[in-house]
Design a protein around this ligand. Structure first.
Ligand SMILES: [Zn+2]
Length: 259
């Protein structure tokens, strides 16, 4: 037997655990369906990355120069060739690169994807050599990811109160978790865009002397990378919103109709 609760003189029937479990399964399925196009957004980026490999020797030279031209070497920034590191990971295999603010290291397979290194130096410039606003954006990345991840959990909580019940702080977060998941990712997207712009500007520096066609390819690659971040923000927000709606439908206590 399912229990009941009352609000404003109206009787509400709580949903059976089985119904709530069905809601959870459907919400998870809907969420992963919405997120599935992300793989398609990532593919053009990886293809472009592979396409640039034959030019790597030019980018590699330029990247070494860029650390000095940007003045980042004075800040302690070092490019660490990930291909020489032990173990296996995306950095070593040349699928990804990163800037680690704490150690000021750019981790990158310089034998394959040096083209991505300029973007990572852009992150280093954001973190170490920028005005307050951009520095703040760089610092917001971590909390942004945490908040967006947290919203995925808020989305799949059962709704134990009727719709008309007074809202608590948690209810308000639950009601807006899709929007919050989206907005939490915006600092990440903005900081990524700024890192790319600064990376390309650095590559254009006369002292680095990277041929214009290669800079064009670099811009293409960075635009594709940004599309994956933008996609993650939009689809992530939508996935959270949709799973929240499904959970709402399956778990919220139903008004009892006496007629
Ligand atoms: Zn980045």
């Amino acid at each position: 037997m399912t229990s009941v609760q009352y609000y404003n003189g109206q009787e509400f029937q709580n949903r059976a655990p089985m119904t709530q479990a069905e809601g959870f399964l459907l919400a998870t399925a809907v969420s992963s369906a919405i997120l599935s196009p992300l793989a398609y957004l990532h593919k053009p980026f990886l293809n472009q990355l592979r396409k640039e490999e034959p030019n790597n020797y030019i980018y590699k030279d330029a990247l070494q120069k860029a650390v000095y031209v940007s003045g980042l070497h004075k800040e302690g920034v070092r490019v660490i060739p990930a291909q020489n590191l032990p173990g296996f990971n995306d950095y070593k295999l040349g699928y990804n690169a990163c800037f680690i603010p704490k150690s000021k290291q750019v981790l990158i397979n310089t034998d394959k994807i040096s083209v991505a290194g300029f973007h990572e130096l852009g992150h280093a410039l954001n973190a170490l050599k920028s005005k307050y606003g951009v520095k703040y954006l760089a610092k917001m990345r971590g909390p942004g990811y945490v908040l967006a991840g947290l919203m995925e959990y808020f989305a799949i909580f059962s709704r134990t109160k009727p719709k008309c019940a007074p809202r608590s702080f948690t209810d308000v977060i639950e009601d807006n978790c899709g929007k919050l998941a989206f907005f939490a990712m915006l600092p990440v997207v903005a900081e990524e865009a700024i890192a790319s712009i600064r990376g390309v500007n650095l590559a254009r520096d006369k002292k680095i002397d990277l041929p214009e066609p290669l800079i064009k390819n670099m811009k293409k690659l960075y635009a594709k990378a940004l599309a994956t971040y933008g996609g993650r923000a939009v689809l992530g927000g939508l996935a959270v919103y949709a799973s929240r709606k499904v959970m709402d439908h399956f778990t919220r206590p139903k008004p009892v109709d006496y007629n």
